[in-house]
Write a protein that binds this ligand. Structure first.
Ligand code: ZN
Length: 411
């Protein structure tokens, strides 16, 4: 078999694109790096790095500051950093009782962020899409028109098909078979891709890149508000399942004699550990939402026995469900997000006892349980990461779009 000139040209173009992607990913994940550090991290030669950085700088994606010594011996190496305004995304989040929108720049810089509470019952698809479009327009209006928008990402408390953002079910929003991705693209009137994913999956992605899970490869992220979701990172990759529905840990049956769940089943984990369960145990209306949960936490801090007993029971049910997940997945880290991050100090005791008692000792010994580091914004920041994925995978497309045909011909 002979290899023609065109094949060689095509192959070197493939290598160039992969190398540009490797550099942009490193800078996006780790912040500014010297050329020497980029050489060490990517395995590329010094001269290859120089050429590729030049291309990225011409495209407005990176800047280089004068040589810095950084405490290392030898020749000082210029510091390369992404220009956060060189590419921005719109991140959106749909919760049961709130929506949020942010403008996030390359490297994860949050330029603008707005979160607004919404009354319960104001969560029809039409209302939600209209409210999100208004909120997105508000945050965009605070940025210069020169911002280069490269994508939109949305997190939703529902079961989402990744390919087209179709929400097959969002029980706590009351949605079923809703084409959210398409509706958002229409309402935002943007020409860039709109990606939608489950909020817990995106919370896990954000915690892995920028929060409690940095450097970890086997992570179980559980997130609770009204519902309970899970984001599973296995071998450094999100476990999505065949269509993107995986991780619905809130709907594991844990109590066959338990309460009916919004999903149609009975005794799901979220009926024992979700926000509604905690509020009911603490003697508060199930509909009191985030404010009600904050009140339960305040009461517990003040020593209320009712509040402490409610949190204790939720902690035991949390440990029971986590024990099964630890046995199945063998994670190194469990990150408690959303509601669970806020109640972590009160549930970690009973949770740990239940985990010790029920998980297999070998798997149990290796796992740590920590609160989320990004707090309430984890899923929104994960939506931004989702929106950047196309650029990170192939920055050459953005580089090329800024070059003239003459420059392309001599490349
Ligand atoms: Zn359920």
């Amino acid at each position: 078999m002979s290899i023609g000139r065109d094949d060689i040209g095509q192959r070197s173009e493939t290598v160039r694109r992969a190398n540009l992607s490797a550099i942009v990913r490193e800078l996006h994940a780790h912040g500014p790096l010297s050329r020497s550090e980029l050489v060490a991290r990517t395995g590329l030669t010094r001269s290859a790095i120089r050429g590729l950085i030049g291309e990225l700088a011409d495209a407005g994606l990176v800047t280089e500051s004068p040589a810095a010594r950084l405490g290392m011996p030898g020749r000082p190496s210029p510091l390369v950093r992404l220009d956060p305004g060189g590419a921005v995304v719109i991140a959106l989040e749909i919760e049961v009782d709130a929506i949020a929108a942010a403008i996030v720049g390359l490297g994860g810089h949050v330029f603008e962020l707005e979160r607004v509470d919404r009354p319960r019952g104001h969560s029809s698809l039409d209302d939600t899409v209209a409210d999100l479009a208004d909120l997105a327009a508000l945050v965009r209006s605070r940025r210069p028109p020169s911002d280069r928008l490269v994508g939109v990402g949305a997190a939703v408390a529902g079961i989402v098909r990744r390919a087209d953002g179709f929400v097959s079910m969002a029980p706590n929003l009351g949605w079923r078979d809703v084409p959210l991705g398409g509706r958002l693209a229409g309402a935002l009137a943007v020409s860039v891709p709109v990606s939608v994913a489950n909020e817990a999956d995106l919370g896990a992605l954000a915690e892995l890149r920028r929060g409690a899970g940095v450097g970890e490869t086997h992570v179980l992220f559980i997130s609770g508000e009204v519902g309970v979701g899970g984001g599973l990172i296995v071998d450094g990759r999100p476990l999505t399942g065949a269509a993107g529905y995986a991780g619905e840990i809130g709907h594991m049956t844990v109590n066959p004699d338990g309460a009916p769940c919004r999903c149609g089943s009975v005794g799901c984990w979220e009926t024992e550990v979700g926000g509604g369960a905690l509020l009911a145990l603490a003697g508060r209306p199930r509909e009191s939402g985030r404010a009600g949960i904050d009140a339960v936490v305040s009461e517990a801090a003040a020593g209320s026995e009712t509040a402490l007993a409610a949190l204790d029971q939720v902690g035991r049910w949390l440990g029971l469900g986590l024990a099964s997940l630890v046995n199945v997945l063998d994670p190194r880290l469990i990150v408690l997000g959303g509601l669970f991050g806020r109640i972590h100090p009160y549930v970690i005791g009973p949770l740990t006892s239940a985990l010790d008692r029920r998980a297999l000792p070998a798997s149990r010994a290796l796992v740590h349980v920590v609160p989320a580091a990004l707090g309430v914004d984890a899923a929104l920041l994960g939506a931004a990461e989702l929106a950047f994925e196309a650029l990170l995978a192939d920055p050459a497309r953005w580089v090329a779009s800024r070059e003239t045909p003459a420059e392309l011909a001599t490349a």
